[in-house]
Each structure stands twice: as C-alpha cells, then as structure tokens.
Design a protein around this ligand. Structure first.
Ligand code: ATP
Length: 523
C-alpha cells in the first residue's frame, strides 16, 4: 500500500475514500453542506471545527451510521452506498468513538467478541486480541472486566477492537480527550505505525497543538461547510483556530483582584472503601477550599477522581458526616439535593446518563438539577416557562448550538452538550462548584468561554474544585493544584510552583509512592 512519497505527494491515482458534495439535513437544518473530502492511504488527516460544525455527522456518514441526504461516497474510486456500519467494516473502515460502547460487566474479550462480525471462536478471539494488543504496544488482559479499567484502558479496547479488523482506514473521534500526556504520546506512536503500514487515518480533535504534531493534512468545517484544507504543520494553533471560528479566540483573563474569603468546602480525612472490590479506596483525603479560590486536581483517570466526585456530590455517603463540609455544614451524610440546597453544584465527567438524561429535553434536564433552587416548580407544578428560560439563558451565555430551541439532550453534539451542562450549573451561581473535566470535547473557543466563566464564578466569591486531565487547563485557571494517585491526594502546590514536569511526575506517583510506602511500613 505504498501511496505517498516521503515528501507527502500521493503516488496512487485515486484517493482511498472520497466524499463528493456530501450533504446531511436534519429537518431544515444542514449538518453537512456539500462536503468534498479526499483521504489518501498513508495519511493522517485531521478533521477540525467548532462544536456542532458537523464533524461527527460526516464521519458517521462515512461509517454507515448516518445516511446522506445528497451527495456521494467513493471508496477506491467507486461509488459506495452503506446501509450500516457492518458494510463499512467489511470494506476496511474502522471507527473509534468519542463515547465508548462497552459493557462494564463483561470482560475485555467478551466486549471485543461482541463487536466483531467474524466467525472465530471465543478462544481464537481472546488469543488474537492479546496478540494484536501486544504487537501495537497497547497491552490488554482479555480476562479483566471492563469496570475494573481506567478510561485510557477502555479506549485501548476500542482501538484494539478496530485494529483486529485490519482496517485500511481508521476514524478516531477525539481520542486523546480523556488521555494523559503520556497516554496520548503512546497513542501517537501507534498512529504513526498505522500510517507507515499504509493505512489512512481521519482524526477529529480539538487539541490544535497535537494536530500540528501528528497530522499531514487538515480539513476545517464551519457551520456544516468545508472552509479550508491545509497543512497543519505550516499553521499555528491560533491560525487554525481562526479558520475554525472565523474570528480570533478571546484570551482567558483572571480577575485583577480576587478576594479569598471563608472556607466553603472542606474535606476532612476522608477515607472511603470502594463500592466494588476493584474500585479505588480513598485514603486520608483532606483539603480546604475558600471562596474566591480555584483548586485543580490533576491525575491519571482511575486514581480515585470518580470516587472523590461521588463522595462530594452525595452519590456515595460517608460514614462520618464531618468528612465533607459545605458552607460550614457537615454534609457527608446528605443526599445530592440537600447538598445542592446548601449552595453546591456538581458537574460529572460523563455527559450522557450522568450529566443529563439523554432522552429528555434540555428543559426537563434543567429541571432535574435546578428545581431545588430556582422557581422551576410553583405550587407543585412545573413552571415550563422557567425551565425554558433556563435553557435559553444557558444557550445564549455559552453559545450552545442546537437544531431547535428545546431538543433532546442526546441530539446535541458532544461539545455543545458539555457547554450546556457546565453552563447550566455555573448560571445557578453556586457557592461551591465541583466540576470534573469541564472542557472535555469542547472546542478551543468554547473552552475559553467555560474557563473564563469558572474564573468569574470564583471572582464572584465561589469555591471551585476542578478535576481535569488537561494539565495546561489546570495551570491556566487554578490557584493551587493537587494530584490524585492511588486514592491519595498530594499536598496542593501553588500554581506558580507547579510545572508541567512536576505535575507529570506526581501523576506517575513519584513522591506519593514514597508516602504510601511510609504508610505501609508504619501499619
Ligand atoms: N440526530 C440529530 N437530530 C437533529 N440534529 C442533529 C442530529 N445529529 C446532529 N445534529 C445537529 O447537527 C449539528 C452537527 O453536529 P455534529 O455532532 O456533527 O457536530 P460536531 O462537529 O461533531 O461537534 P462536537 O465537536 O461538539 O462533537 C449539531 O448542531 C447537532 O445539534
């Protein structure tokens, strides 16, 4: 499959895949508008655009999940009509989705077997899974159950499952959004190898620096239309962002003065056994967060961040009420609504299912978390005007793009749903905000809006606890940063002292490991 020279010119006559004037309408809304795209073998092709620009719609059409309204798909120069993903896979098109489609209670091998169309025995699938995963440097234990795995490992399953079908063309939708810098580096090695094997890759990402580093070509969509194709290596992150947005992106500015006030959130020696035998045990976590402050928690996914969120939000109750203190009130035993009534707001990492009910309209979702504080329920009746008003306000402030005023949550693009959830909670003006991965999947412009809103919320007197895998984000907005590792939290560092390198080492457990050993020796 040698089709490009080292200089990057194509030596094959026809692209591997072409979209010709590809158009997708939802009602009167044009999600994709006459898009022409050429993908060549041995090419890593970026697909860029703001949230809602039409990237997922385009790749879902190429993968047979969405039927185009007009236009044509061509595979190796010939017209291709796909009635579903299995037909796409049969041609050699693989896809790794932004949201994983894995069953938590099944093993790695069982999950992979479910996604394969072939007729291999389960034993053969397990053996091949182990072989393929090791050969690409993405080791997986076929026998482990998915709920035991970190986000990075779960994504590895999706990638290995796609690779087991020996694809000629692999689509990845924001693969590094939930990865640490080290995990992302590992993934890039795999992608370079796939490219050198002659495969083509279509890569959706909002991280422009990584696109510059990895991709040979970039196609940029805006409002459903293709607006440019360029060599990202010859662009700057700012010039790529400008092409996506059609304007300059605003810089995030901390308030000139921020008054640090009273303690609003305290965690006092929180020890929590996991729900399940393989979850993370929270050990001796203590911190105090005052009004006006943003505290960042960095860490590789799966080190207790989800367990800490559950303990703070009230999804998990603590034995001792005094381990979680909100606005001076011992709250460890209180339900999530009672904690909300104290002035706290919570934004979980998982958008669909956890952050929103996917099949409910946005206004109904607004009611779910807003009813305790707002005027959304009057005399026992839902005040529809108030719930719609909350949707409109969030939409306007956070530029949530959607096809109609009050659609089902699941119909929003990933980034727009994230903007809606984070925006909904910020606009409630909480005294304490606990947010996990605030800008996961959000485009550069919208990420700046969300970060600015978090800074403004703190400037207005709230205490903000942000957990993120994006170290640069934490450095940009936090006053102090702590690192989670194996269920323990490091002493927070003032951000001025928290370099990328230092945090990276702490995330790998460098100094916390010593603390753990000391604890182990002492017990
Ligand atoms: N099933 C659907 N019904 C109605 N509208 C839809 C549907 N699917 C997508 N849309 C709309 O089409 C537009 C494009 O969505 P798409 O998911 O392709 O965007 P995207 O560029 O992938 O965004 P993101 O970066 O946020 O993932 C959005 O405005 C979305 O609301």
């Amino acid at each position: 499959m040698r089709n490009t020279t080292s200089a990057g010119q194509h030596t094959s006559a026809t692209p591997l895949l072409q979209t010709v004037a590809l158009t997708k309408r939802y009602g009167t809304f044009l999600a994709n508008d006459k898009i022409d795209l050429d993908i060549w073998p041995r090419q890593i092709h970026a697909l860029l655009g703001e949230n809602g620009a039409g990237k997922s719609t385009l790749v879902k059409t190429i993968y047979g999940l969405v039927q185009p309204s007009e236009g044509e798909l061509r595979w190796e120069g010939r017209n291709m009509v796909l009635s579903g993903p299995s037909q796409a896979r049969a041609r050699g098109i693989g896809m790794v989705f932004q949201h994983f489609s894995l069953f938590d209670n099944l093993t790695v091998a069982e999950n992979v077997a479910l996604g394969l169309d072939g007729k291999e025995s389960f034993k053969e699938i397990s053996a091949r899974l182990e072989r393929v995963s090791h050969s690409y440097g993405l080791p997986l234990d076929p026998k482990r159950e998915v709920w035991q795995l970190s986000v990075g490992e779960r994504q590895r399953i999706e990638i290995v499952r796609a690779l087991m079908q020996d694809p000629k063309f692999l689509i990845l939708d924001e693969p590094t959004a939930v990865l640490t810098p080290q995990e992302a580096d590992q993934l890039f090695v795999v992608l370079e190898r796939l490219k050198s094997e002659g495969r083509a890759i279509l890569y959706i990402s909002h991280k422009l620096e990584e696109v510059k580093r990895l991709c040979d070509t970039a196609t940029i969509l805006r409002n459903g239309k293709k607006v440019a194709t360029c060599n990202p290596k010859a662009e700057t992150a700012a010039s790529l962002a400008r092409m996506m947005v059609g304007a300059e992106i605003k810089e995030v500015k901390p308030a000139a003065t921020r008054e640090i006030t009273v303690p609003r959130l305290a965690i006092v020696d929180l020890n929590l056994e996991p729900d399940d035998p393989h979850g993370v045990h929270l050990k001796g976590i203590s911190l105090e967060l005052r009004g006006g402050e943003i505290l960042g928690i960095a860490g590789v996914a799966g080190n207790g961040q989800d367990e800490l969120f559950a303990a703070l939000s009230g999804e998990r109750l603590a034995k001792d009420p005094g381990t979680v203190v909100i606005e001076g009130i011992a709250a460890g035993h209180l339900s999530i609504s009672r904690r909300r009534k104290l002035g706290a707001a919570f934004v979980p990492e998982e958008r669909l299912g956890h952050g929103t009910a996917p099949r409910m309209r946005l206004s109904e979702n607004a009611l779910l978390t807003g009813h305790v504080a707002g005027n959304m329920v009057l005399h026992g009746f839902v005040n529809t005007a108030a719930t719609l008003n909350a949707v409109d306000r969030t939409t306007k402030t956070f530029d949530v793009r959607k096809a109609k005023r009050d659609p089902e949550a699941a119909s929003l693009s990933g980034g727009n749903l994230q903007k809606f959830i984070v925006g909904r909670e910020i606009l409630r003006n909480p005294a304490v905000l606990v947010v996990n991965q605030p800008t996961w999947g959000v485009d550069a412009g919208a990420a700046a809006v969300i970060r600015q809103a978090l800074l403004d919320l703190a400037a207005g007197g709230a205490a903000v606890l942000v957990t993120s895998q994006d170290i640069d984000e934490l450095i940009e907005i936090s006053d102090r940063i702590a690192v989670m590792f194996h269920g323990r939290l490091s002493e927070p560092l003032p951000t001025a002292e928290a370099s990328r390198e230092k945090l990276g080492l702490l995330m790998g457990g460098s100094s916390l490991e010593a603390t753990e050993q000391a604890h182990a020796a002492g017990t």
